[in-house]
Design a binder for this molecule. Structure first.
Ligand SMILES: Nc1ncnc2c1ncn2[C@@H]1O[C@H](COP(=O)(O)OP(=O)(O)O)[C@@H](O)[C@H]1O
Ligand SMILES: [Mg+2]
Length: 244
């Protein structure tokens, strides 16, 4: 059984077809990249999978259970969580407390704050944020805020993590560090990762498989080599970017 299975998922906003008949499967332990130009429907698809909007049509199954139309917190408790393209931590709370919130509301809800703080500390160590644990989130650099966003998600103890542009706006050194973290989340924590990313070299290097959206539709799927040679993809989207 696939960990996640979308069947003919569609989302209309008024007359606008943001996502149209998208079907896909993610297997446990995969890192899958979701790529496509701005406005292709990537974030909307993540919003549908994580429960921010119900789909207009279609089925979304997680571990075999239908989750389309469930609320985000119910989906989170099943073990499916996402990060946001525009990170939004609780700015005045410390890094540690931000991560603790994830532990309090996640899959195995921690029963008390001290237990949640312990769990949060493990995640801070894993993500390399432990030395900044007492700093208010608003004082972090962009790279550390993105790391915090990932840490908050990990504290919920998910099985499937959706990452929305966690590499955007990072320097090349920061990108390399963030890529290492993504790989460790899969290799050491055993999570499955579905990531939206514009940094082509990174997403191609990290992903076992890529799915390409264009105008809300899935136009291709395969490994980096297959996708980058696919004529439909080149015409729709990749053309210039691939001649690096
Ligand atoms: N809440 C919304 N209301 C209306 N239109 C939306 C909403 N969210 C996204 N859209 C539209 O849906 C399309 C896909 O957007 P989005 O999923 O954000 O694309 P991507 O993440 O691939 O850049 C765009 O045309 C966008 O303007
Ligand atoms: Mg987006």
């Amino acid at each position: 059984m696939a960990l996640l299975e979308c069947q003919e998922v569609t989302k209309n906003f008024g007359g606008l077809m943001a996502v149209t008949n998208v079907s896909l499967q993610l297997e446990k332990g995969e890192i899958v990249g979701l790529i496509g130009a701005n406005g292709a429907g990537k974030t909307t698809l993540f919003n549908l999978i994580s429960g921010f909007y119900p789909p207009t049509n279609g089925s979304i199954r997680f571990e075999g259970d239908e989750i389309a139309g469930l609320k985000t917190h119910d989906i989170c408790r099943k073990g499916l969580v996402r990060t946001f393209q525009l990170v939004r931590p609780f700015h005045n709370m410390t890094v540690w407390d931000n991560v603790m919130v994830g532990a309090l509301f996640g899959v195995q809800k921690c029963k008390n704050v001290s237990r949640a703080k312990e769990e949060a500390m493990k995640v801070l160590e894993f993500t390399g944020l432990h030395e900044k644990k007492e700093i208010p989130a608003k004082e972090l650099t962009i790279a550390d805020r993105k790391r915090l966003e990932v840490a908050r998600s990990l504290a919920t103890k998910p099985k499937l993590l959706l990452l929305d542009e966690v590499l955007a706006g990072l320097t090349s050194t920061e990108t390399t560090e963030a890529m290492k973290l993504v790989r460790r989340i899969r290799d050491e924590m055993g999570l499955t990762i579905f990531m939206v990313e514009h940094v082509m070299k990174a997403v191609m290097g990290l992903s076992d498989r890529l799915i390409v959206l264009h105008n809300g539709e899935k136009i291709a799927e395969g490994n980096a080599k297959e996708v980058s040679k696919n004529p439909t993809v080149i015409e729709a989207y990749l053309g210039e970017k691939l001649h690096m």
